[in-house]
Design a protein. Sequence first.
Length: 118
Amino acid sequence: VQLQASGGGLVQPGGSLRLSCVVSGSFFSIADMAWYRQSPGKQRELVATIINGGATKYDESVKGRFTISGDNAKNMVYLRMNSLKPEDTAVYYCNVLVRSGDGYLSPWGQGTQVTVSS
């Protein structure tokens, strides 16, 4: 199972971006979806997650500004980011929990850089 994230870039404070992540390979279904981020010198942190296609959770720092969504039919995960702040600058990684013939797998994408700066 492979993940490919895209949509990052340079944006001014207050701007918006939409990150996308395509899940490919051999698996039955996607159970959970999540986005993490990591800034230089910091640990990777959970930004947003969808649990079993239902409930969503967000880090307090992004509540009201970020929206996670998924399309199981297309095997896609999205993160809509509005009102971006310089402190949102990080490499963003998508992560999923999939059901496969080998049991549950939790692969990571390669990350996409988001830079918020004027």
